[in-house]
Design a protein around this ligand. Sequence first.
Ligand SMILES: Cc1cc2nc3c(=O)[nH]c(=O)nc-3n(C[C@H](O)[C@H](O)[C@H](O)COP(=O)(O)O)c2cc1C
Length: 345
Amino acid sequence: MPADAIYPALYRSLISRIDAEDAHVLAVRAIGWAGRFEPTRRLLRATVGRRPAVPVAPAPHGPFARQLPSIVGLAAGMDKNGTAILGMDALGFGFVEVGTVTARPQPGNDRPRAWRHPEIDGLRNAMGFNNSGADDLAARLRELRSTRRGRAVVVGANIGKSKVTPVKDAVADYAHSARVLARWADYLVVNVSSPNTPGLRSLQSVDSLRPILAEVQAVADRAAHRRIPLFVKIAPDLADDDVDAVAALAVELDLAGVVATNTTIDHDLGAGGVSGAPLTTRSREVVRRLRDGLGQGRTIIGVGGISSLDDARDMLDAGADLLQVYSGFVTRGPSLPGRLSRLVR
Ligand SMILES: Cc1cc2nc3c(=O)[nH]c(=O)nc-3n(C[C@H](O)[C@H](O)[C@H](O)COP(=O)(O)O)c2cc1C
């Protein structure tokens, strides 16, 4: 059996028997642990996590102040609290987006809140931003940045609205997270597209979004004493006109770009948002529309259903500059990020 086929077989026969959230917690803990020690980091890097010797992004990709070792990153939600960044880096990801974190720590929705759907090659979740809070993540990133190795990893911080904060007070909630995180992050993402926080997706309308993004950018720049690359992450379920409106707003506010897309609620499988293969077509469509609306200067991080080299290339063809993976990492296994990082150009 070829090495790349072992994990999917294990996933189908063994891993999928473990509760989805338990498996997730175990995996992130193991990756976090492996990332703490030089020998295990080296082992991962030398095996599954090999990246190209020469960065695949020879010109600086996007608005980051430095080059990326590869254009394939970890999507938000897997390492919400930033406990496994070095391990994810050793597995071959070119950048790591941590979060979503909220201004206040919160437990998220009741379990069960994560499900596998192998019949559609997808996952479904209704986590509800379970996270230890922006201040806790900031402290962890600060510690990470105190080491040379930790400073070398390109890290994005994804922020959401605390559940207890009413939608009308969203600006201050996002601003708090931006203020404490900006200094330690290479970029920030305002997440207004999770389906699992009541009212959150209503913030995608440009009238609600404008004050949030303007304030987050201002607060973050002030806190970090530099221009912070700011992205907004949108849902695949937005109507085309709304996608265009977000692109126009990103240009108006001079944002760094857009992350597209989050999970979809366009399904009848139960609560929460679906990710993986069912997203592939719509995520690319959204990216294509965004590229038209944004022009060439801004960065699109394409995410949704990428689990193979062909998927990655199709997302780049649609207009993405950078890629992210979540579900494919779960279903195809730990060799996927390194493999994509080595092969995607
Ligand atoms: C279990 C789970 C939790 C997620 N949590 C977050 C999150 O906290 N914040 C966020 O912006 N996206 C979150 N996402 C969405 C992913 O970042 C990504 O946008 C989406 O899953 C599509 O990519 P994929 O098809 O590669 O999974 C989550 C996805 C899953 C499956």
